[in-house]
Structure formats: structure tokens, C-alpha cells
Design a protein around this ligand. Structure first.
Ligand code: KDG
Ligand code: MG
Length: 402
């Protein structure tokens, strides 16, 4: 089998997505997600200008060699643009392999290690009462794990909380919006959110919380300690992780489990965090971290140190990435949990898929390959629109981590 052509499809069915479609001489094609929120066209151009010409004529079954060719062969390594482009190729090739062999991708990754993939979704509200209602709604829909975010009193906008009654979507069309942040108000408020949730909901539901890189290690240590009575499943991205040893300090002070890595793009970003057991869950996503080939290696490395997976699964990861995460998640032994933030109906129509949700778990489905397609004529009717993630400023105007 040979790769005969590949092309990039950019569309915006309620939000932007970049998709790579690889064709073969046997009529089998594969799809890979190449979406990098707010920097979509950089990846599209990296793929069409620099990668696609190198793929023609190659054997699509050689996922390892093609991965090494695109990573080592480029000389310039790592970074979100490069690793997202490599991921798109890698995922499309696994899709082709599965279709050519007439089997779901999970069978090529070791087969099923469990019946279903535990997922968590996002509850949010402007205040504690609204967040509680939102958590209850998802619990009624069957979710066993829910991430809870709430507006912070005295701060005009908070991470993870939608504006104007719409569902929460991190990127907004136009130029970057500015949001506000106060560490002091947040740290004083956050324990009261989880105290109320535990009193009202009880002990069984898994509760998660995303700090979204806003704290220093010692502030995160205080938060983790103050949340211990409410036994969170995890505290996510307590601080930026460029300085990996910062997590050692958090770890020394609290037993609240820690998840990080949604902005990582290489196993090297996880190295100290994992081998020192400073984290419990690794979130590096398939689309930004070099695809199934690299995510598998990262998960296997993590398994040596009791670290489990908790892959990123926000709306900016297309249904192709969601499917890839479910195939990998059902196959690996050290799977922890998978994020499931709902795509809009229009997004789901553009990317018809075989995966499904029931009673707290998701299932990749048994279609050959990844089980996701793209309706290109519908995609064409929703062209790219410039969009950005917000930036955050402290109350005095200082730019801080969003
Ligand atoms: O593109 C950035 C979003 O995916 C991110 O802000 C969402 O933090 C996020 C999460 O945990 O889903
Ligand atoms: Mg997050």
C-alpha cells in the first residue's frame, strides 16, 4: 500500500478545526486532527507546505518510521506546531491501518483492557448555586465524574464559566478577550465551592477542578491542602509546568492528586514530573503530543511510576482526537480518566462518529479504523474564522497566565 496524496481541510462548524486526509492507492483513506486552538493556520501550513510532499509514495503501515522521519528528520524538534502536525499524520495512518485490516484501532494497540472508558465532563456556573445545579444535571445524565468551576466573587470573569447563557467554549471569534484574575479571592473562595458540593451531592461522585496554571507552587500547595476534606479526583494544572520541580513543592504539602500536561507536546515535557512521581495523571493530548505513537510511549513510561492517563478532551480537540483517545484509553493498562467536553450538534454532524456515551463511560465503537468520518460538503459551508483564547490580567492590570 502507498500514500498517493494528502490534503488539509480547515473548517469552522461552530469552532475551528484543521483535519488532514491521507489517501492511498488502495482507496483506503485516513483522517487526522491537526487543530491547535488559536494557531490553526500555522499547523495547516506546516502540513501542506512541509510535510505532505514528504509523504507521497510511503507505506502507510510504517507508523514508527514515518514518525521518526518527521521528528528527527526535520532537525527542528518539538513545539506545539510541529508535534500537532506529526500527530495528524500519525493518527491518519493508524486510521488507515485499522481500515485496511478491517479492525478497530484498539485491537492494534493491545485490544480491550476494560469494558468502557470512564469520562468526566464540565459543570460550571456564575456562582456556587448555579454550579451545583449544573453538577446535578450531569449526574442525572449518568456521569460518574464531573469537573466543577464557578465564578469567583469580586472577579468579573472566571476560567471555565460561560458568558451570556451560552455553553462554555475556550476560544472566541475575533481578537483575544481579556479576563481578570485574583489569586487571593480565588484561594479564599474555592474550598467553599467543594464543601457545598460534597454536602449536597455526597461522597460518591468524582469531583475534579481545573486551576488552569494560575498559581505558584506554594499557593497550589495551600489550595490542595484546603481541598483535602472534599477528596477531589484531581486538582488540574495548579501552576505552569515549565519548571517541573515546582511540583515537588506542591507534592510535599498535599495529598490532593495532581493532573497536568494539556499544553505539553513531548515525552520530555513529562520526564521529571513522572519519574519523580510529582504528578498522578498525565494529560498530554494525542493531537498536540505527536499522535497515538508518542502518546502510547508516554503512557507506558508513566505506567512505571504509577502515573495514569487523563487525556485532555476539550472542544478544540476534534471528534477524530476524541476517537483516538478512546481507542488508546480502552487499550492501555494505566488508563485513568478521559475528559469529555461536548461538541456542538453541528460539529458532530461534520464529523460523524462511531463512539458513544452511556452511564458514565464512553465506547470507541467497533468500526474499522477510528470510526470517524468528515462530511466535506457540510464542512465547506462553515469556513475558518479567526479566533483566539483569552488572555488574563490581575486586578491591577498585570498580564498573568490564562
Ligand atoms: O485550548 C485550550 C482549552 O482546551 C483549555 O483551556 C481547556 O483547560 C482546558 C481543559 O481542561 O479542558
Ligand atoms: Mg485544563
Amino acid at each position: 500500500m502507498k500514500i498517493t496524496s494528502a490534503r488539509v481541510i480547515v473548517c469552522s462548524p461552530d469552532r475551528n478545526f484543521v483535519t488532514l486526509r491521507i489517501e492511498t492507492d488502495e482507496g483506503v483513506y485516513g483522517l487526522g486532527d491537526a487543530t491547535l486552538n488559536g494557531r490553526e493556520l500555522a499547523v495547516a501550513s506546516y502540513l501542506s507546505e512541509h510535510i505532505v510532499p514528504c509523504l507521497i509514495g510511503r507505506d502507510p503501515f510504517q507508523t514508527e518510521d514515518i514518525w521518526q522521519y518527521l521528528y528527527r528528520g526535520a532537525y527542528w524538534r518539538r513545539g506545539p506546531v510541529t508535534m500537532t502536525a506529526i500527530a495528524a499524520v500519525d493518527v491518519a495512518l493508524w486510521d488507515i491501518k485499522g481500515k485496511a485490516l478491517n479492525t478497530p484501532v484498539y485491537n492494534l494497540l493491545g485490544g480491550k483492557s476494560r469494558d468502557g472508558v470512564l469520562v468526566y465532563t464540565h459543570a460550571n456556573g456564575g456562582d456556587i448555586a448555579e454550579t451545583l445545579d449544573s453538577v446535578r444535571r450531569y449526574q442525572q445524565q449518568g456521569y460518574l465524574a464531573v469537573r466543577a468551576q464557578s465564578g469567583v466573587p469580586g472577579v468579573s470573569s472566571s476560567y471555565g464559566v460561560p458568558k451570556g447563557g451560552k455553553s462554555y467554549e475556550p476560544a472566541e471569534r475575533g481578537l483575544p478577550q481579556e479576563s481578570r484574575w485574583s489569586t487571593e479571592r480565588y484561594l479564599n473562595f474555592a474550598p467553599s465551592l467543594f464543601e457545598k458540593l460534597r454536602v449536597e451531592i455526597g461522597s460518591d461522585l468524582h469531583l475534579l477542578h481545573d486551576v488552569h496554571h494560575r498559581l505558584t507552587p506554594i499557593e497550589a500547595a495551600r489550595l490542595g491542602k484546603s481541598l483535602e476534606p472534599y477528596h477531589l479526583f484531581w486538582m488540574e494544572d495548579p501552576c505552569p509546568a515549565e519548571l517541573q520541580e515546582g511540583f515537588e513543592l506542591i507534592r510535599k504539602h498535599t495529598v490532593t492528586p495532581i493532573a497536568t500536561g494539556e499544553v505539553f507536546n513531548s515525552i520530555w515535557d513529562t520526564h521529571d514530573l513522572i519519574r519523580n512521581q510529582w504528578i498522578d495523571y498525565i494529560r498530554m493530548t494525542i493531537v498536540h503530543g505527536g499522535g497515538i505513537t508518542h502518546a502510547r510511549k508516554t503512557a507506558d513510561f508513566a505506567a512505571l511510576y504509577h502515573v495514569r492517563t487523563g487525556f485532555h478532551g476539550a472542544t478544540d480537540l476534534s471528534p477524530i482526537t476524541m476517537a483516538a483517545a478512546l481507542h488508546l484509553g480502552i487499550a492501555i493498562h494505566n488508563f485513568g480518566i478521559q475528559e469529555h467536553m461536548h461538541h456542538t450538534t453541528l460539529t458532530d454532524e461534520v464529523f460523524p462518529h462511531a463512539y458513544s456515551f452511556a452511564e458514565g463511560y464512553m465506547y470507541p465503537g467497533d468500526a474499522p479504523g477510528l470510526g470517524v468520518d468528515i462530511d466535506e460538503s457540510l464542512a465547506d459551508r462553515h469556513p475558518y474564522q479567526r479566533a483566539y483564547l483569552p488572555v488574563a490580567r490581575k486586578l491591577d492590570g498585570t498580564l498573568t497566565d490564562w
